[in-house]
Write a protein that binds this ligand. Structure first.
Ligand code: GLP
Length: 236
């Protein structure tokens, strides 16, 4: 595992975008595993700049996102589908038909989990998976648990996750209590994993994930078992 500490969020974003851009340049029809949250915003902005400057071409690329809130339609501006459309897909030359986010509104949640799992397989797996990390060590929405869950599944969000994500909603009570998330199988089978985290309050959880015991109580710790992980952290 490579652990890179950088001086600023801007440098973090630049480096993360370069790593993703290299994957796209080497394999134009790659499968990008993408994440939401505040951490990837700078990375996405850099990828948009590179795409506009003609340095990278997403026309053959495909994407799979990690997760979605249950009950939120993709049109709803707090949904992760909306986040991705707004912050990345509408600004680069990816074909929206090739972008995938789990559905938060399929009433048959089990079928949706199965569909998403099959989709990842049918795309041939993920070439690079971008991850943020929650303060409780979650990746995607894989919350601390007594086991690592492999396939795409439904989760009850932790109180700390609901509180942390309340900033995107009118109030904490509006944050959905459940989500659908890619499980550890999709993430661990990705050829490369890139985890980005910024801010002093994330340092402790990042260090525990990298150097601590491998335990489902801190889901990101499973990444210690992956052969190609880069973690980029900036304090600011
Ligand atoms: C959410 C997302 C995660 C993300 C985490 C951290 O819970 N489901 O994928 O990594 O938030 O977000 P942020 O980058 O805003 O701290």
């Amino acid at each position: 595992m490579k652990f890179i500490k950088v001086e600023s969020y801007d440098i973090l974003s630049e480096k993360a975008a370069e790593i993703i851009a290299d994957v796209v340049k080497n394999k134009p029809d790659c499968v990008l595993g993408l994440a939401t949250g505040s951490s990837p915003l700078g990375t996405y902005a850099k990828l948009v700049e590179m795409n506009k400057a003609g340095e990278i071409d997403f026309s053959a690329a495909k994407s799979v996102n990690l997760d979605e809130y249950l009950g939120l339609d993709g049109e709803c501006d707090q949904s992760y589908r909306y986040f991705m459309d707004t912050n990345l897909f509408s600004k680069i030359n990816i074909d929206r038909k090739n972008t995938n986010v789990p559905s938060g509104i399929n009433p048959d949640t089990e079928a949706e989990c199965r569909r998403y799992e099959e989709l990842i397989d049918s795309l041939g797996g993920i070439d690079i998976q971008l991850l943020g990390i929650g303060l409780d060590g979650h990746i995607g929405f894989n919350e601390p648990d007594s086991v690592f869950t492999g396939p795409t599944h439904i989760v009850d969000l932790d109180e700390s996750t609901i509180a942390a994500n309340a900033r995107f909603f009118e109030s904490e009570k509006d944050v959905p209590k459940k989500a659908i998330t890619m499980g550890m199988r999709g993430i661990m089978q990705a050829k490369k994993v890139l985890l980005i985290a910024n801010g002093k309050k994330k340092l402790e959880v990042v260090e525990k994930a990298i150097y601590g015991s491998i335990t489902p109580a801190l889901p990101a710790s499973i990444l210690q078992l992956h052969p190609d992980v880069t973690v980029i952290y900036s304090e600011n």
